[in-house]
Design a protein around this ligand. Structure first.
Ligand SMILES: [Fe+2]
Ligand SMILES: [Fe+2]
Length: 281
């Protein structure tokens, strides 16, 4: 299966106001799970800029006008994601986490990547990260790890997930059009996983230390269940993740349109909160 002909990739300039009393442990009162997503969020504004950069570097080599249109939509969506995550990250800054230092270190790292990676290597990093975000997005839209979330934070992640799914094959199709090699994408997937794991774990440690919870055993037990337990993150994502290593893989072989259609139907009036959540919020 290839990218559907009638696929709509629509940048939605949403703006989420996070109330000042948004709970710090916004997922089921769980510091570990909340901070897992928080730490991921801290990497996104700068990370998504790198994905945009990697596509801009090569887009003049793309002749197909439809793919050109999709690249523009991809850039539009990622720019809005950066903006909203930066807003959420500012909320975390008010909670006392050193978001500025995190941004500085992300900027240093992506600056090096921009300088040293060849364009196809940078694109391979992007398709690897896009695969990881799209399989996580599908899980979040199925309701995994979101059922007990604060409605505003959930709105951020689910809106982001919908758009990650819509544009999941854009960088992939560019990479394929430019004859990107299988080996290159596999090598840079390993790099992407190492990088993301390192960034998320060190930022979680910073947040948990700041909360005074770093040495609490029950928090770690719950965290290990979330990551490695039955029904946990690795178990949920494993199959979709491994598809990446098939030589003939294409992101739309995982048909996730039903998930995004469901979200669009719920939020047709543009309000990102479900009706029940609106009255509670
Ligand atoms: Fe994004
Ligand atoms: Fe993306």
């Amino acid at each position: 299966m290839k990218t559907p002909q009638d696929l709509e990739i629509k940048p939605r300039p949403v703006s989420i106001d996070f109330p000042a009393d948004t709970p710090r442990f916004w997922y089921a009162d769980s510091p570990f799970i909340s901070h897992f997503f928080d730490a991921f969020s801290t990497t996104l504004p700068v990370g998504e800029d790198l994905f945009i950069f990697s596509l801009r570097q090569v887009r003049e080599q793309i002749a197909d006008p439809e793919l050109q249109k999709q690249i523009s939509a991809f850039i539009g969506q990622e720019a809005f994601h950066s903006r909203e995550h930066a807003k959420y990250n500012q909320l975390m800054k008010r909670w006392g986490y050193d978001i500025d230092a995190m941004d500085r270190s992300m900027n240093r790292m992506t600056g090096r990547l921009r300088r040293f990676l060849r364009p196809m290597q940078a694109l391979a990093v992007t398709i690897s990260c896009e695969h990881l975000t799209s399989i996580l997005s599908a899980a979040l839209l199925r309701g995994e790890f979101m059922t007990q979330a604060d409605p505003h934070v959930k709105a951020l992640w689910q809106w982001h997930s919908v758009e990650e799914i819509e544009h999941k094959a854009v960088a992939w199709d560019v990479y394929a059009t430019l004859d990107g090699a299988y080996r290159t994408r596999v090598v840079w997937m390993t790099f992407a996983i190492a990088l993301i794991s390192f960034r998320i774990s060190t930022r979680m440690v910073h947040m948990l230390r700041h909360d005074g919870l770093l040495w609490r055993g029950s928090m770690w037990r719950e965290g290990m269940r979330f990551l490695f337990g039955r029904g946990g993150l690795c178990a949920v994502l494993r199959r979709d993740f491994l598809d990446f290593y098939r030589r003939d893989f294409h992101p739309w072989q995982q048909d996730t349109r039903e998930l995004t259609e469901k979200w669009k139907a719920h939020y047709a009036d543009g309000n990102l909160l479900l009706p029940a959540e609106r009255s509670a919020a």
